[in-house]
Design a protein around this ligand. Sequence first.
Ligand code: M6R
Length: 608
Amino acid sequence: MCGIVGYVGPRIATPMLIEGLKRMEYRGYDSAGVALLGDDGVDLRRAKGKIAALESTVATRPIEGTTGIGHTRWATHGAPSEKNAHPQRDCTGTIAVVHNGIIENYTVLRKRLIEAGHVFKSDTDTEVLAHLIEAAFKGNLEEAVTEALNLVEGTYGIAVISSQDPDKIVAARKGSPLLIGLGDGENYVASDVAAILQHTRQVVYLDDGEMAVLTPTTYRVFDLEANDVPKNVNRIDWDLEQIEKGGFEHFMLKEIFEQPQTIENTMRGRLVTEEGFSKLGGLNLTKQEMLDLEHIIITACGTSWHSALIGKLMIEDLARIRVDVEYASEFRYRNPIVDDKSLCVVISQSGETADTLAAMREAKRRGAKTLGLVNVVGSTIAREDDGGIYLHAGPEIGVASTKAFTSQVIALTLLTLKLARLRALSVEKGRAIAQAMEALPAQVQQILENAAAVEAIADRFRDATNFLYLGRGYNFPVALEGALKLKEISYIHAEGYPAAEMKHGPIALIDENMPVVFIAPHDSVFEKVVSNISEVKARGGRVIVITSREEPSLAGKIDFEIRIPETIDMLYPVLAVVPLQLLAYYIAAKRGLNVDQPRNLAKSVTVE
Ligand code: M6R
């Protein structure tokens, strides 16, 4: 999704801005631009498409200045084009704005501004901001921005510069992430720490309703009433190498291969194997509060929603607490039964997904306590929840979520252990689960060592047009996740279904051209799934099975087999999803597609 970067200091800002934009490419975008303060106002360069197009524009028509802002845009209002790319300027060409988010009342504001004589050059909602600031400007940029923002409804993360009040960036946040980077005689603003990590590790996160003014040597944070807000300076420990590809062809493949370490990292210091329980310091729930829990809602989107389905099965099975799983986008707009006896678990890799954040706020408003399972440290959900479990999976750059999913399942298992051991689960059963968890990193490694076998299967199916993914119990959500991975990066139509439900409709799709992936490890429903495999084979389907041991009952019924190690039922998703991630990856890569930035998708969906 959109990215913002800004610099104020003694250096020529252009290379730094372009570099910063490249670091955010993974978020997904369709145009890019930079604006710099020059002698005659604000100079702009913008281009539709990739940052390489912007670079060649800048090479043809160089642009220089020591105060500047840059942006990658993912279109919401107005098609991707040069005129709609950010930065957007006012009528005088002395004010430039970059903006993430949506100005909801822009139609009314635009009409009013046009009536007052302002001339619009783009179709964007953002341009309204530039004209509002122009109308309010009386010599001080932060005052004008404040006045403009008081007229605006919607969400924003913005950075603004003006040649009439130079050597300064004004930033503001409401509903769209923004942070300040502190340098030595220079300062930065960014929507994503990756954009500035090369230059500083000292950052200040802005919260909703806060603004900041940055000069080369100072920064000030205040609210929309101009009251100073004291802020902590945070140190970022992620390395740039962690954000880079590390020798793999794509971020997605690197992230799939990182899973032995990331699974370990999610468990580290939390699993007490002998006692069969987990230590989760950030829950902020007393023992009594956990015992009093009558209802849990888990809300999330996409892949995180799939891990939520697994969490429901675990918690209901072992802790015997009723769990509802809700799409965040649906939850926020209905009238859910949530009160102060409910715990709302919010799952999000990015911690910035607009629908998930809104669902969490809605649950809070209704009295529920909230618990965030989030990967990105310092993200909005992580800061606004009542308690949390960080995933510690490191930066996930590929748009298709992989390592975050396995870490989410691990975090949910830790939570289940905590709740279940307080209630019904014995030490022995808890210990058996903990031991099985400890074995997972090595087992995932074993699966990854067999990646070539998955690649060979991918080669056979690279031209398929449809896929079905079937599983039961804990592996039904894995079927959904396998199908989502394939469709989002390979653009092949894929559906996930409970294996037995297939008879009620999708079986009509099966013929000799239909690849059907069964997630069929040797668990409590294995025999049932074998019957479903027979039903597909009898209709000529091409069967790919993910299973965990040599099984005579499968003989003659399958075309391809991918073997995973054995574990307990509730942990099979962590192992079974890995070959599905690899299958999707290799098919997409063999089709020559942009695996890390699939069309129409953004890594972090910060609009509803
Ligand atoms: O950052 P989040 O976990 O909140 O993101 C939720 C979804 O947007 C995300 O999982 C999406 O479905 C991925 N592209 C899946 O690979």
